[in-house]
Design a protein around this ligand. Structure first.
Ligand SMILES: [Zn+2]
Length: 442
């Protein structure tokens, strides 16, 4: 008898859990905002900051922004925006419905995808931490000559953070440039995971371009923020930070503001903010891992790409508007990557834009690509902002439609390859890196 009650309880409990998911987003609306000039940009940002709103994408003249506003804040927000004369419209009335739709689409895709056919991992699905972690270990076991899985350390909650070293000669050829790609430093940016998984697939399983593995040693880190990533699956979909506690009621450090480059100068010191920089630079185990990898491979690291979402942007340093001495090269290679992606992207998506992060978007400090840039001299360091997928269901922004997952991996890889081959072709320039290098002229 007791068992029956237990079963009934469990059934009710699981129904409750399903229904309770995304409850915190009920009635939240997604606003599209259009700014005309930089004065409005500043005014709008002040509103976002003051009301502690969830800024999905930053509005700049010529590019609308997206802001998620809780139900009870809507009148206040609309009032404030009216006052500064910024145009707005609601693109999604109740985001909770879209989150439920996203769950359904992703679950359907996971059911119908054939995992083992390719001998790897399905590339049209958003995988959870455990699946990816197991996959990395499996690959290292299956391809010991080319792949090594490195446990780089543990996250705040104790998850193993693994990266792959992919090399035709176990990183022994000191003349080869090293290229590093990472994804999911920001938890909710799920569509970035296919970027690293696709790269791994093309370097290990479905190798069609031998030169990439012959000429380059690769470091690929798919889940840079595993705790935040899992939390965004199990609880709060729009979670961005890691899961550090100890700051009172608020949780998490923005890992992309925690690196030791201009730390704390253009970020928040409030633990409740989504851009909280943490108690000090590299206070978090997740960012310490980046630091250790960069320290280890610094002399050969010629290209670093940190995949984020969203906005169709390729950004380079620095976040304080200062340009590295080789900004012209960063820009040129960035444009070449963007042109390649634009050539194969879906027509409904906007073209990529390339530029200095502070010039294109906003000032930011403690970012991973800035830190890496400051460490690798002439090397090339970029932040990618992947496209926001749009379809009839108005799945948008951070939400992922599985229809786009494989394409996201494919088209971004097309771009990355351009820069990877650039550093191979210009090896002499990237070798002999020093911290203060002469101006480079074309
Ligand atoms: Zn991000």
């Amino acid at each position: 008898m007791a068992d029956i009650f237990k079963i009934i309880f469990l059934i009710f409990a699981s129904v409750y859990i399903v229904q309770a998911k995304h409850e915190e987003y009920d009635g939240h609306s997604l606003y599209e905002v259009k700014v005309n000039d930089l004065v409005q940009v500043d005014e709008l940002n002040a509103i976002v900051e003051e009301m502690n709103l969830d800024l999905w994408s930053y509005a700049i003249p010529g590019r609308e922004g997206l802001i998620l506003v809780a139900k009870n804040m809507k009148p206040l927000f609309e009032n404030a925006v009216n006052k500064i004369g910024v145009e707005y419209k609601i693109v999604t009335e109740n985001i909770k419905e879209k989150l439920e739709l996203e769950d359904k689409l992703l679950a359907d895709a996971a059911r119908s995808s054939n995992f083992s056919r390719s001998g790897g991992i399905s590339l049209d699905v958003i995988h959870r931490y455990n699946v990816v972690d197991r996959y990395l270990t499996d690959l290292a076991n299956r391809f010991p000559r080319v792949v090594r899985a490195v446990s780089a350390g543990r996250s705040v909650e104790g998850r193993d953070i693994k990266y792959l070293r992919i090399s035709s000669n176990n990183f022994q050829d000191r003349n080869k440039p090293v290229v590093m790609i990472q994804s999911l430093l920001h938890a909710r940016e799920w569509v970035t995971l296919p970027v690293t998984l696709y790269a791994i697939h093309k370097l290990v399983i479905d190798v069609t371009e031998q030169d990439l593995i012959r000429n380059i040693d690769w470091i690929i880190l798919p889940i840079a923020n595993p705790d935040g990533y899992e939390f965004s699956h199990t609880s709060t979909r729009m979670w961005r930070k890691n899961r550090r506690t100890g700051f009172g009621v608020c949780v998490g450090v923005d890992l992309n503001r925690n690196h030791d480059f201009n730390w704390g100068t253009a970020s928040s010191n409030s633990a409740c903010s989504d851009t909280f920089h943490g108690p000090r630079a590299f206070s978090e185990p997740e960012t310490q891992i980046t630091r250790n990898i960069i320290t280890e491979f610094r002399s050969r690291l010629s290209l670093f790409i940190d995949a984020h979402s969203f906005g169709s942007l390729i950004l380079y340093g620095y976040g304080n508007r200062q340009l590295p001495p080789h900004a012209l090269i960063l820009n040129t290679v960035g444009v070449q990557m963007a042109q390649r992606i634009d050539a194969v992207k879906w027509p409904s998506h906007r073209n990529y834009r390339v530029g200095n992060i502070a010039a294109v978007l906003y000032q930011a400090s403690g970012g991973s690509s800035d830190y890496v840039q400051s460490m690798i001299g002439r090397g090339l360091s970029y932040t990618y902002e992947l496209p926001a997928y749009r379809n009839l269901n108005n799945i948008n922004g951070f939400l992922v439609d599985p229809a786009f997952v494989r394409q996201a991996g494919f088209e971004t890889w097309e771009g990355i390859k351009v820069a990877a081959r650039y550093v191979v072709q210009n090896r002499m320039y990237f070798k002999n890196q020093t911290d203060d290098f002469p101006m480079f002229g074309y």
